[in-house]
Write a protein that binds this ligand. Structure first.
Ligand SMILES: C[S@@+](CC[C@H](N)C(=O)[O-])C[C@H]1O[C@@H](n2cnc3c(N)ncnc32)[C@H](O)[C@@H]1O
Length: 243
């Protein structure tokens, strides 16, 4: 897989439009997410390990907001021979087209249904693992509870949801500190001040992070019996919730 460098916000623009997962973003997404999200590679690898632990033969796995298929590929590597089906969903045609190419590049006995559609319209059934890896934050806040409820209903007892998100903090000095640490991470990965500020403007209206207590409350309100944060680096977190 060739990885193109993300230079989308490198030139000054008079007007910054809202961020979209369009063809331009899909073309550089691997580079963008690794240079922007601390711990991304570890999270992808751990999703594979969790699949190995939790995926039961003859069940289904859902990768909601699959982008280029990184989590799906990580899961698929771990569950050979279990007669499972992975349903990978994204509403960006450009992401789905590139995801299909990535899936085709590797041989596997696990079927993947790659769906170009809205995760709010997907039926979830007989699931042992559901992944929301940096996707829930892009749904309108008022739609998040309904999606979590649907995931809970579609999981089998003992099934697991992996939820990774950018998080915000009610405590202002902590919010400021962790935000600055994240910006330093981006600078260390070669993003300029212009790129950082233009991308921030583009994301302002489309990505609305929740706090960790709100995530936990929403998950337990819907019935999940067990919850833990298993990863945090600055203002990025990954959680598990078990039915
Ligand atoms: C930050 S990316 C997710 C990264 C990916 N899960 C990974 O691990 O590499 C968010 C993805 O969610 C998709 N998305 C956002 N809202 C969606 C929705 N309502 N339905 C389906 N996909 C959605 C976007 O197109 C984008 O590809």
């Amino acid at each position: 897989m060739t990885v193109s460098q993300d230079t989308i916000y490198a030139q000054a623009s008079e007007q910054i439009s809202d961020f979209q997962f369009d063809n331009r973003v899909a073309g550089v997404f691997s580079d963008m997410i690794r240079r922007s999200v601390p711990g991304y590679t570890q999270i992808i690898n751990t999703i594979g390990d969790l699949a190995d632990r939790f995926v039961i033969p003859n069940t289904q796995i859902y990768d909601l907001g699959c982008s280029l298929g990184a989590a799906t590929l990580s899961i698929r590597r771990q569950i050979q021979g279990r007669q499972c089906r992975i349903i990978a969903v994204d509403n960006s045609e450009s992401m789905v087209a590139r995801c299909q190419e990535n899936l085709n590049a590797y041989v596997s006995d696990t079927e993947v249904d790659l769906v170009c559609g809205d995760i709010r319209d997907i039926d979830i059934q007989n699931a042992s693992l559901v992944v929301l890896n940096f996707t829930l934050q892009f749904l309108p806040p008022e739609d998040r509870e309904t999606l979590i409820a649907k995931i809970y209903q579609g999981l089998n007892p003992g099934g697991i949801l992996v939820l990774s998100e950018k998080i915000r903090f009610e405590d202002a000095p902590i919010q400021k500190l962790l935000e600055e640490q994240h910006l330093d991470f981006k600078r260390a990965n070669g993003y300029s001040e212009l790129e950082i500020s233009q991308k921030r403007s583009a994301l302002e209206n489309v990505m609305k992070p929740d706090t960790l207590p709100l995530h936990q409350q929403r998950l337990t309100d819907q019935g999940f019996s067990h919850f833990s944060l298993w990863f945090q680096c600055f203002n990025f977190a990954s959680m598990v919730a078990i039915k």
